[in-house]
Design a protein around this ligand. Structure first.
Ligand SMILES: *Cc1c(COP(=O)(O)O)cnc(C)c1O
Length: 376
């Protein structure tokens, strides 16, 4: 059986978790959390990174910080995970879905401006498969219309756009360390705050609306309830698991990239013949091999291929049911313009096995099986 995903485990996790237990500090914001925060800050250049309980809660916090509320509109792709949308629905805002590009499956930056109204408050680009959206264009639009940009970089840890870490370009960036992502702590995430003036409020929201972070730094002599908030701190046990992997971020990335490149090479003949489509990495974007996907001719072919591979013990997975066609999506939002590529991508895209430690032999087996499907 070739699995679609195996959660990353590098070997030092148990030792670090034991250290956390022995230090009698298993709640949030201990040494491992601090190490993970600084690692993200150093790697991305963001002003402040805060480990949180999930990619979803990082988005929730970014939505609170952006002060988006009832009557406001948020522009986002429909081809994304529900959490990108839920963060704004929880604030009472309306969703405006914009179509994606057929090459990267990212929001089409050329369609954003037409969707802006006097109610628009936020643009939430999603870096699909860890490949960056066209951030220069998006930031320029946001600047001209005075909008907040919240990057859903859940899949983009270690990816860059023109040399800048994903999540560090917009006002806020949101990472996920779920077990399906490149680096994991089981459940977890991080919020990147790129506007220094928002750091204090972010720390307060994350600490149940109290100024406890300032107190712990010795900046004030007692802490109190000063704002809205909740508990978004992950346990040190989870942070210890993540730290083992962040220490190994480069070898993990190289391992994934080698498999990604092998898929690309071995399937390029089929792509050249026009049988299937391969991912496109635009210039200036360095990706992290979060995902390897192919696009088949149509839905029937995707289903047939996936079934064929399953018979050969290879598991593959399709992706996002477009949010605007889901019950909650039609209730909380509307699609602006024509759906040229969103539903089309949902129907045609198939994700192949990709995880740290996937064997080169197995990548070859998957490619051989795909070739035999098309040549049978
Ligand atoms: C994984 C993911 C999330 C949610 O992250 P969790 O840590 O599972 O809450 C949000 N957006 C995108 C695009 C994701 O891939």
């Amino acid at each position: 059986m070739i699995n679609f995903n195996v959660p990353p485990h590098v070997g030092k996790e148990e030792e670090y978790i034991k250290q956390a237990i022995e230090s009698h500090k298993i709640c949030g914001d201990g040494e491992f959390t601090k190490k993970c925060n600084s690692w993200i800050e150093q790697r991305t250049g963001t002003s402040k990174a805060l480990l949180v309980t999930s990619g979803s809660t990082a988005l929730d916090m970014a939505a609170v910080l952006s002060e988006v509320g009832p009557g406001d509109e948020v522009i986002l792709p429909s081809y994304t995970f529900v959490s990108t949308a839920n963060a704004f629905v929880l604030r009472g805002a309306d969703l405006v879905f914009v179509d994606i590009r057929p090459d990267t499956q990212n929001i089409d930056e050329k369609l954003i401006e037409d969707a802006i109204t006097d109610r628009t408050k936020v643009i939430a680009p999603v870096h699909y498969a860890g490949v960056s959206c066209e951030m220069d264009t998006i930031m320029d639009i946001a600047k001209r219309h005075n909008l907040v940009v919240i990057e859903d970089a859940a899949q983009g840890v270690m990816s860059t756009y023109k040399g800048r870490g994903l999540g560090s370009v917009g006002d806020y960036g949101c990472y996920s360390f779920h077990e399906t992502k490149n680096y994991s702590m089981g459940e977890g995430g991080a919020l990147l705050i790129n506007d220094e003036s928002k750091i204090d409020r972010a720390e307060i929201i994350r600490e149940k609306g109290t100024d406890r972070s300032k107190f712990l730094r010795g900046a004030i002599d007692k802490y109190t309830w000063v704002d809205m908030g909740s508990s978004y701190l992950p346990s040190e046990l989870n942070a210890a698991y993540l730290w083992a992997q962040l220490e190994m971020a480069d070898p993990i990335n190289e391992d994934r990239m080698a498999n990604w490149n092998a898929y690309y090479e071995q399937l390029s003949e089929l792509a050249d013949e026009g049988r299937l489509e391969l991912p496109v990495i635009p210039e200036g974007c360095e990706h992290n091999a979060h995902m390897f996907y192919i696009k088949t001719a149509n839905l029937e072919e995707r289903v047939a291929l996936s079934t064929y591979l399953k018979e050969k013990d290879i598991s593959t997975v399709f992706h996002y049911v477009p949010l605007h066609s889901a019950p909650a999506g039609s209730k909380f939002g509307k699609f602006h313009g024509e759906d040229k590529y969103t539903t089309n991508t949902f129907e045609r895209l198939l994700r192949l096995p990709m995880f740290y430690g996937l064997k080169a032999d197995d990548v070859q087996k998957v490619c051989e099986a795909i070739k035999s499907f098309y040549n049978k």
